[in-house]
Design a protein around this ligand. Structure first.
Ligand code: FE
Length: 237
């Protein structure tokens, strides 16, 4: 089944309503009630996008086919599967892991990934004592070549502010309870630097192939809002 851009926009609208946890949603409402922060998801982003697109096409500023190709690329060809392959390679090959941590751009390019919104990568490694969490407090900077397009919650005002103020609370809402002995490091992405979390390899995966390992790695684990487990498949929208 082929997903069209129209489906994609419709899904984005649904995700905008469904993906934000109740607490984050409440925080957004709170902001809105007080009228001092209106960076919430628009009530109907699909309509706004459609209106903008129609206007730009009408004025001859963009080509509809080129737009479709661009969206299709980031929806189907670029996405968290790429990052998962990077992580699985690092778990399987210690020399690669060292290159990934010391020269991330070159190591990621070894697997064929790179380009727009991923030119200057930093890879941070989770360990039994350190948990890394990525946010963009200013807007929504995100490593497109390895993770695809950012999820709605990543762009929400609530996540962007609370990830810094109360990272443990945010992680708890994502279902991740960290002990006090684990240091939480929060990394603020910018247009210049984008982060990829190298999650911990789960136990009892020694016999797994790189491909099998990659299938376990979720997007959330590479942003730092989740861990990789043997059960983890897919990711929330
Ligand atoms: Fe940003």
């Amino acid at each position: 089944m082929t997903t069209t851009r129209r489906d994609f926009l419709a899904a984005a609208v649904t995700a905008a309503g469904a993906a934000v946890t109740p607490e984050l949603a409440h925080a957004q409402e709170h902001d809105h009630d007080h009228g001092h922060d209106h960076q919430v998801v628009p009530s109907d982003p699909a309509l706004r996008v459609k209106a903008l697109e129609s206007l730009l096409v009408e004025k001859g500023l963009v080509d509809r086919a080129a737009l479709d190709a661009l969206i299709d690329t980031y929806e189907h060809k670029v996405g968290p599967r790429n990052g998962a392959r990077v992580v699985a390679r690092a778990w399987s090959d210690s020399a690669y892991k060292q290159r990934l941590l010391s020269s991330p751009d070159a190591a990621i390019a070894e697997l064929g990934y790179g380009g727009l919104q991923g030119e200057h990568m930093v890879v941070v490694e989770n360990t039994p004592k350190v948990h890394n969490l990525v946010v963009c407090t200013l807007c929504s900077c995100y490593p497109w070549p390895v993770l695809g397009l950012p999820p709605v919650w990543y762009k929400s005002t609530a996540y962007r502010s609370r990830a810094v103020i109360d990272p443990r609370g945010v992680l708890r809402e994502f279902g991740l309870e960290l002990g006090d002995d684990i240091e939480v490091r929060v990394w603020d992405s910018t247009a210049e630097l984008r982060y990829l979390v190298l999650p911990e390899r789960p136990a009892a995966t020694e016999k797994m192939s790189e491909e099998e390992l990659a299938a376990l790695v979720t997007r959330d684990s590479m942003v730092g809002v989740g861990k990789v487990t043997l059960q983890a498949q897919g990711a929330r929208a």
